[in-house]
Design a protein around this ligand. Structure first.
Ligand code: AMP
Ligand code: MN
Ligand code: MN
Ligand code: MN
Length: 277
């Protein structure tokens, strides 16, 4: 089997390792084709491509775009993108600006929770000064002893519906898919098993995504259970989507799967990478 992992994060978003370190780990784990797909950021792709090339590993430039659909957040992967395309570059810059506005609100809410001033501290943990995430706030709260774990920081303060959760309007599905297609990439819905939609909303998500030119969904994902591999294989067949495989690696010993270690994509699915081999 060719080992393909098309979803991972570096310290250019909320991952812990530099792009070159993620590349090295992917190669050590036997990955043959690898995508870096940082949240709303393209800044790791040059280093990632150089490292992959040095390691003899096929590199797919990627990004994980934050989208608001039916009032909730959906992540859309752009794979095999031209990272210099102006539509994509400008669109993601706008998303990153809304991250900063939200970070101010999160800090306000944490202060109201009696946790003091967290804005500067969280930003200081963002290796990429242009990309701030809830994960940086979670790490800061953990470091300060305000939460006994990252998970606890989300459960107690930062998760949806918790007191420091600041709602944000991300890109629309149409915008995100438009940027990805303009940049010559494939649009793929990340970890569909993570979303809390009703069956009707899921159907609207998949139908609208497809109508906009989206081509695939993640089936084998570090955020899915083995049951969900089967469930989303059926969904892919039903809607005529290609299937993808990705660990969603964020760093060593960070919850989910390690790079390149998940089971293979079910054979009946057309892989999103079929034309890239
Ligand atoms: P953001 O895109 O800034 O809203 O941050 C979301 C990121 O935080 C996700 O991509 C995950 O990496 C991480 N995250 C979200 N929920 C949790 C959780 N419950 N526990 C740990 N990490 C989480
Ligand atoms: Mn993340
Ligand atoms: Mn995601
Ligand atoms: Mn991810």
């Amino acid at each position: 089997m060719i080992n393909i992992d098309l979803h991972s994060h570096s310290n250019q978003s909320d991952g812990l390792l530099a792009p070159a370190e993620v590349a090295a780990r992917a190669r050590e784990n036997g990955v043959d084709m690898w995508a870096l797909s940082d949240h709303d950021a393209l800044s790791g792709l040059v280093q990632a491509a150089e490292s992959a090339s040095r390691l003899g590993m096929r590199f797919i430039p990627g990004v994980e775009v934050s989208v608001t659909f039916c009032g909730a957040t959906v992540h859309v992967l752009g794979l095999n993108i031209d990272a210099s395309h102006p539509d994509l570059v400008r669109g993601l810059a706008a998303v990153r600006r809304s991250r900063f506005a939200r970070a101010r609100e999160i800090a306000d809410r944490l202060r109201e929770c009696g946790l003091g001033e967290c804005y500067e501290g969280a930003l200081a943990l963002a290796h990429n000064p242009d990309l701030v995430s809830r994960a940086h706030f979670a790490r800061y709260l953990h470091e300060q002893g305000r939460a006994r774990s990252i998970q606890h920081a989300f459960d107690r303060y930062l998760g949806e519906g918790r007191p420091a959760y600041a709602p944000v309007r991300w890109a629309s599905m149409g915008e995100a898919v438009g940027w990805i297609l303009a940049a010559g990439g494939k649009a793929v819905i990340a970890h569909p098993g993570r979303y809390r939609y009703t069956p009707l909303q899921f159907d609207a998500l998949f139908e609208q995504f497809k109508a906009l030119g989206g081509c695939g969904i993640e089936v084998v994902s570090g955020a899915h259970t083995p049951r969900q591999y089967e469930e989303y294989a059926r969904v892919a067949m039903h809607y005529g989507f290609e299937g993808s495989r990705g660990s969603d690696f964020h760093g060593p010993s960070r919850g989910r799967a390690d790079l390149g270690t998940l089971p293979a994509l079910p054979e009946r699915l057309t892989p999103v990478w079929r034309d890239w081999i």
